[in-house]
Design a binder for this molecule. Sequence first.
Ligand code: ADA
Length: 567
Amino acid sequence: MLRRFREHDLRQVTELDGLWDFAFLGDCDPEVVDVAAIEFADRMAVPGCFDATPAYAGRRGLVAYRTRVLLRDDTPHRLILDGVHHWCRVFVGGKWLRDHAGGFTRFAADVVGHRAGETDVVVLVDNRFDYERCPLHQEYFDWYHYGGIARAAELHRLGKLWMDGLRVVTEDVATRTLRLTIDYGAVEPPGPTDLAVTCDGQVVLQERVDLRAATGLVRRPIELPGAALWSPDAPNLHLLHVRLGEDDVRERIGIRQVRVDGRNILINDQPVRLHGFNRHESHPQFGHGLPDALLVTDVQQLQDLGCNFVRGSHYPQDLRFLDLCDEAGICVWNEAIGWQHGPEHLTDSHFLEAQLAHVDEMVAMALNRPSVIMWGILNESHSHDPRCRPAYEALLGHLRQLDATRPVTYASNHPFDDVCLDLVDVVSINCYPGWYVGNIADIPDELDRIVAHLDATGHADRPVIISEIGAGAIPGWRDGNETRWSEQYQARLLDAVIRHLFLDRERFCGLSVWQFCDCRSSELAGRILGRPRGFNNKGVVDEYRRPKLAYEVVRRYFRKLTTWSTP
Ligand code: ADA
């Protein structure tokens, strides 16, 4: 994947982005498809979403993508797909390798036992809603589920010994001590192997390690005395190069620690106040597969707006976006896919297993991003229903096990009767005063009522974020009455919100406005009737990133706010 830095120097990597052969198979059961007999009459961009292109706009069904790859020798190769929406089946050389359910996360399919030479990669992709095959995507969610190979694709030659993962954790900020964990795999136990680590070109570790098993972990501390720290104001990054035998990984890191203390979120022991937006990765012409130019545009606008925070709603964000946030000093809440799940899902082991696997992938891909300061799950689900509590315990517990270095949270829309808030590090509340309930004048009282209730029910000494609040504005609609759906109404509402949260009150440690850009929504009748144009219109920019009136209002406030608050 074309990141902001090369991920490998030594490993042979083939970028598979480009134009693939394509066939729309339609309403067809993947179990009966003869992959060798598919007629590829069309072509499609990878990464990209086929149903965002005019010929297939709005269509759902099974499709097939095909490209040719070179397997350089008979050692293991790995096909890496950064996001396929939303179910797929992968074949290399006509051989089934694996199925995968759920978009927005990176997964791999290993190619072993083959001969060197050129061969076909075929990926069957299904964007239909099928709870059995892919419970993570539901048609009722308030966003449009585009389909396709939406993120990058690569083929790696692994050779005889390879690194499966590299994890870098800041153990001690004062001494700049980091802990590296290298996860390796090999065709057979490799025995004594050279390990070398450089940081910004300087050797920081060099030794011979005895790898006695074919898979395993190598853990080492490294110290980088005097190295510059990462923070939102000074987002300093360092380039690590880790070489194990003939394989290598490059990783760009930031030295920083995040923790929660009382009402504050701390980065390197200093309390931060977060102000920013919820962001969907969606565009009418590209679906979820945003081109580099659009990612740059989004980050430019977020910076222009004076943000230091993005909530990735409601699924893991593209790694290229996280790279850009690392550079911009924008803190990210990275969230697993989910939207208003009730007990029918949260007590279903099939749903939970899919969530756990998705959380594994979300964490693995974004683990070393300094900008990711917290993990989130299950947007606005039934956290007020005791029957659903075990699901929260399982998912939040799993997140903590995978990564004890970041706070965990979920966005609750049950501020007055939630029964799971004790399970999180950061209390996050979605609310829509002035939009779904009451008027703009009611906003201060409603926000105070929420926080007073939280404070009175055991959460007085905990950080609180308003993780969603906002109003819909149809782009370009100015109205003398300044009524709901007009740009003026949205601008006035956000003015009232930000003034209250940041100028009148100290209690809140963060705000993510709903939302950065308009995005296409579900086309189910129950949803679309409340979504003029078929879009969720609560963006401060429209789906083509053209600013509405509210843009300027938010910008004026956010630019005056600082990141650091006085403890
Ligand atoms: C919810 C939800 C968002 C969006 C929003 C709205 O809070 O989390 O995804 O649907 O409401 O616009 O109503």
